[in-house]
Design a protein around this ligand. Structure first.
Ligand SMILES: [Fe+2]
Length: 337
């Protein structure tokens, strides 16, 4: 799981580094162009004045991407780049110096205001994301307690799925959907009656028909909620098999959403390594053999290969982490700009 978060962090670091390069280049390019364009007395002086205004751009971008502190640091760099021009190219011209220092003050006011408002906005977005996450976890914990006698089943499946996703270097968006869908995969069982859901023996054909409706019910529930609807298709496909023998649509291979194929391996691993009313759990090594044997049949071969690259010690560590501190597994809900 930690490696899963490291992959997400890896994307985050790369994205922030790229943004830093954009902001730095903008300050350098605007500063240099401003320095070399003609000043007063030349018809192109208008370009010189226009370029001065462009210093606002890296400051506002820094506020959006790096929040308050980023805006202040950008304003400091703009000041450092701008001041030599003020005092070297306009030395002795007090009126113009005052005018240009006013420009620097404007840059600082923009930095303070944009940094402040972006911080307020992002804090509100993070709070909303935490609230969404909390409501989803509470809902699935209630469902898990009904079927699995523990509220940790969905959290564990999510942790396993994200670990496989990390191994497959899935993008942050795929990881977010994978995490969300893993948590909510059986939400449709809310409509499955207890005598069917909790039946220890085999189900009759009629009971199976009822049970097999839960992906479709789950899909319909999720489509009603704006922040969950992106995972509806994955939840709808979570009982499809790679060879087309699953339900409800008998999809096969790449017709099944990638996230659903990754989830299927994680869910099977959790099912095999947990006690169920109708059978005892098996060891991690045994579960690996079962999943490997079904690669290309029930499961995506690529997802199985990624799963097998993770050692049993690590799966056990993830299991312990989920049991000890479920909060640790909470992932960014993707509201960061
Ligand atoms: Fe299910």
């Amino acid at each position: 799981m930690k490696q899963g978060l490291m992959i997400i962090n890896g994307w985050y670091v790369r994205r922030q580094r790229l943004r830093l390069i954009i902001v730095g280049s903008l300050i350098a390019v605007v500063g240099l162009s401003h320095w070399i364009t003609p000043i007063a007395g030349d018809p192109f002086h208008v370009i010189h004045v226009f370029l001065r205004k462009l210093f606002i751009l890296p400051i506002v971008l820094s506020a959006i991407w790096f929040e308050f502190r980023g805006a202040i640091i950008a304003a400091a760099f703009v000041t450092i780049v701008y001041l030599p021009h003020v005092f070297l190219q306009w030395s002795g011209n007090l009126t113009e110096n005052i005018n240009q220092l006013g420009e620097v003050a404007t840059a600082w006011i923009v930095a303070l205001l944009s940094g402040f408002f972006v911080r307020i906005e992002k804090t509100a977005l993070r709070e909303t994301a935490r609230t969404h996450e909390g409501s989803v976890i509470a809902l699935v914990a209630a469902l898990d307690a009904r079927e699995h006698e523990t509220e940790l089943h969905s959290l564990r499946v999510r942790a396993y799925a994200l670990r496989i996703g990390a191994e497959l270097a899935m993008t942050p968006k795929q990881m977010r959907l994978l995490g969300q869908a893993s948590l909510l995969h059986d939400i449709g069982k809310i409509g499955t009656p207890d005598p069917i859901l909790l039946k220890p023996g085999p189900l009759t054909d009629e009971e199976w028909q009822t049970m097999r409706r839960h992906p479709e019910v789950g899909r319909r529930i999720l489509l009603l909620v704006s922040f969950l609807k992106d995972s509806a298709e994955i939840v709808y496909s979570h009982h499809e098999h790679y060879d087309g023998t699953g339900y409800p649509r008998s999809l096969s291979g790449e017709q099944i959403p990638f996230e659903a194929r990754v989830f299927a391996v994680a869910d099977a691993f959790d099912a095999l390594t947990s006690d169920r009313p109708y059978r005892k759990k098996v060891s991690c090594e045994e579960a690996r053999k079962v999943i490997q044997a079904d690669s290309g049949k029930y499961f995506d071969t690529e997802a199985v290969r990624a799963f097998l690259r993770v050692s049993c010690e690590e799966w056990e560590r993830i299991d312990l982490e989920v049991s000890a501190a479920p909060e640790f597994l909470r992932v960014d809900s993707g509201n960061d700009a």
